[in-house]
Structure formats: structure tokens, C-alpha cells
Design a protein around this ligand. Structure first.
Ligand code: ZN
Ligand code: ZN
Length: 389
């Protein structure tokens, strides 16, 4: 069962939805027009239930199969939000909201999941229930977390959950995934150093926080190079250093900031712990103090082994074995589908877009040729996981 023919018939219509979303991008939780359109389309397909306002502006559709002997409930997720970017594509469907743009392809994600929902509501060729999930605020607002905390999984009885992201640079219609950490936990830290200010010519009666900051930047590098197991992955980057206002004054304080990216929750814990241990101790050795503030962002997008093998088998049905990489290298970017994978077993996959601009570039546009591949993946997943006997 490769790409399902029915989606070739819908293709133009699905692409029209996609281009309409693209022309009207909305940010974070403010996806009101988008959510309204998603809900309206779902109602038009005759899905059994449409619920809005989950996780503030999330939308959920419930589609029951021709039978419900299996008692299975599977969630399929799309994100809905755009980015604060000035679009430069010059496409006829380019953004009409100045300074906002669908530069991550969430317009395409919605269109593909809506296409699948229409097909599934029309055919209902499965034994169980599908819950289609449209979430706000993937781009930094943790909309996935908001929906989970709003009771998404329990309220709809979701047992497994699947997600998909388009992937520029990989062959059109190919799939990539891996079990375990597919995308990174994305954390931030700030360090406030306090020394003793004074005259630049009399350093012996001051405690120079700039020198402490310099040592801390170097010292922090030893966490990845000397503490983390070399076969694991971690990134620690100091991205900001701020101190001082004059050539002849030793500042009293200095401030550092940076990011930590990890693919395993234990490594994440280890890096956070080592920063907390190392920084105050190093500062103290110079006679200064240093306070660390560590902010945890999205967790690791950690694919479940069994569900990932299943997802890869579905991808192989749609794309062919040779166009599926089930052991794809992880990305150090983040994704808030991670919260849904903490709540339920499931898997996240990438879908190759062909040779397009990269995600978050102002020249990016979702490749509509991908639509039947993504729709077929969703529909085949449902019909295979919950077959009519
Ligand atoms: Zn993005
Ligand atoms: Zn995205």
C-alpha cells in the first residue's frame, strides 16, 4: 500500500487549505483564525466530535471507526503556530500578516492531518478511535505541554500518540526517525558573578569579575569534555558575557548566559548538576560569588522503541523500505511534542521535503508535493494499528 490514491484526488483542495493557512499566519497561542478554520473543516468532514479551547487555543477532533471492538484510541498531532519572521518568498499565498510567517511548515502539518481526517471520517475503515490534535505555541510556548496539562490524554482516552515534522534537504516523501532521543532538551542558564569593584590600576584590592567570568567560560567547557560520557551527546554554549562600562574601572559584577542541549534526561540532570557545583566553587576560589539560574525548556523528544518500529514500518509501506531511515542521527533542536511523548507512548518522524529553503528561513515554503505522502502515512498508520477484521 503506497501513497493512497484518494489523496491525489484531494490534493488541490488540501493544498488550498495549506495556502490559506500560509497567507494568515498567527503566533504562539494567538492562533484564533487558524483554530476556527481547523474546527470548521473538521465539522464539515462529519467527524464525531470537535472540541476547541484545549490548552487555550488547541483543537481536537474525534473520529470513530466502523467498529470499536479493539477499544484502541490513537492520537495524531499537528502544530498550528507560525514565526515572527518577515516573509520573502513572493509566493501568491505569501503572508498577509506583516512580520509573521509559516516558516516551519506547520501550515503543511495542519493540511496533511486535515486531509487524513477527511479521509478517515469518510472511510472509517478501522476498528477503534482516532483523535486528531491541533496544538498552538510549538515555537517556544510549550503548547504541547499546555494541552497535556489541560487533560488531553485522559479526556479523550488517548493510548498512543504520533507526530510528524517536515524536513527540508531530505528526499521528497522519504521518512527519518530513531528510537530514543530524536530531538534535544533545550535549557538556558544565567550566571551572576559578584566581585569587588575598584580602580583598574589597583587590581590587588579588587576582585575582578571579568577574570572570574573568563575562567568560568573555560571551566564550563570541562563539563562536556570531562564529565559527560564521550559516547553521549551534550552541547554547552556560553552565548552572552556582559560586564563593565569604563576603561579604568574594575566592574563589581559580570553576567554570563548560555544554552544546554542534551538527548538524554540523565545527561541533562548531570550537566545541570555540574554547572551548579562548578560555578560557585570556581568563583569562590577567586574570592567572588556566583549565582546560577537554570531554566529547563522543552524536554528530550524521546521516541518509544516499539512505537518507533511501528511508525518506521508504516513509513516503509508508504515510501518503500529504501526511503526510510529508522536510525537517523538526532537533532540538537527542540520540539514540544516531547511533552506528549512523556505522557503516552508514541513516535515522532521527519518527512523529507526535497530541496527547499531551510526551516525558519524567510524564503522557506512548505512543499505541497509532500501532501499525499504525509496524508497516506497518517491514514495507513490508523488502518494498520486498528485493522477491521
Ligand atoms: Zn520551528
Ligand atoms: Zn516546526
Amino acid at each position: 500500500m503506497p501513497v493512497i490514491n484518494r489523496f491525489a484526488e484531494f490534493h488541490d483542495e488540501i493544498a488550498e487549505w495549506r495556502r490559506d493557512f500560509h497567507a494568515h499566519p498567527e503566533l504562539m497561542y494567538e492562533v484564533h483564525r487558524t483554530a476556527d478554520k481547523v474546527a470548521e473543516l473538521l465539522r464539515g468532514f462529519g467527524v464525531d466530535e470537535v472540541v476547541t479551547g484545549i490548552g487555550r487555543t488547541g483543537v481536537v477532533g474525534v473520529i470513530k471507526g466502523n467498529k470499536n471492538g479493539s477499544g484502541k484510541v490513537i492520537g495524531l498531532r499537528s502544530d498550528m503556530d507560525a514565526l515572527p519572521i518577515h516573509e520573502q518568498t513572493n509566493k501568491p499565498w505569501a503572508s498577509t500578516n506583516t512580520g509573521k510567517m509559516h516558516a516551519c511548515g506547520h501550515d503543511g502539518h495542519m493540511a496533511m492531518l486535515l486531509g487524513a481526517a477527511r479521509y478517515l471520517a469518510e472511510t472509517r475503515n478501522f476498528d477503534g478511535t482516532v483523535v486528531v490534535i491541533f496544538q498552538p505555541a510549538e515555537e517556544g510556548g510549550a503548547g504541547g505541554k499546555a494541552m497535556v496539562e489541560d487533560g488531553l490524554m485522559d479526556r479523550f482516552g488517548i493510548q498512543e500518540v504520533y507526530g510528524m515534522h517536515n524536513f527540508p534537504g531530505e528526499e521528497l516523501g522519504s521518512f527519518q526517525t530513531r528510537p530514543g532521543g530524536l530531538m534535544a532538551a533545550t535549557d538556558e542558564f544565567t550566571i551572576e558573578i559578584e566581585g569587588v569593584g575598584g580602580h583598574a590600576a589597583r587590581p590587588h584590592v579588587a576582585v575582578d569579575p571579568v577574570v572570574v567570568a573568563a575562567h568560568l567560560v573555560i571551566g564550563l567547557q570541562t563539563i562536556v569534555s570531562r564529565n559527560v560520557d564521550p559516547v553521549e551527546s551534550a552541547v554547552l554554549t556560553v552565548t552572552t558575557i556582559n560586564a563593565g562600562d569604563a576603561f579604568n574601572v574594575i566592574a563589581r559584577t559580570a553576567k554570563l548566559g548560555g544554552t544546554v542541549r542534551t538527548l538524554d534526561e540523565n545527561i541533562r540532570d548531570q550537566v545541570e548538576k555540574r554547572i551548579a557545583e562548578l560555578v560557585p566553587a570556581m568563583a569562590q576560589s577567586f574570592g567572588a560569588t556566583a549565582k546560577v539560574t537554570y531554566h529547563r525548556g522543552y524536554p528530550v523528544t524521546s521516541n518509544w522503541t516499539e512505537q518507533t518500529a511501528f511508525a518506521a514500518s508504516i513509513a516503509a509501506k508508504v515510501a518503500g523500505e529504501d526511503r526510510v531511515d529508522a536510525n537517523y542521527p538526532p537533532s540538537m533542536g527542540g520540539e514540544d511534542f516531547s511533552y506528549m511523548l512523556q505522557a503516552r507512548p508514541g513516535a515522532f518522524v521527519f518527512l523529507g521535503q526535497g530541496d527547499t529553503a531551510d526551516l525558519h528561513q524567510d524564503t522557506y515554503d512548505f512543499n505541497d508535493e509532500v501532501i499525499p505522502h504525509g496524508c497516506s502515512y497518517w491514514a495507513t498508520l490508523v488502518e494498520t494499528a486498528m485493522p477491521l477484521k
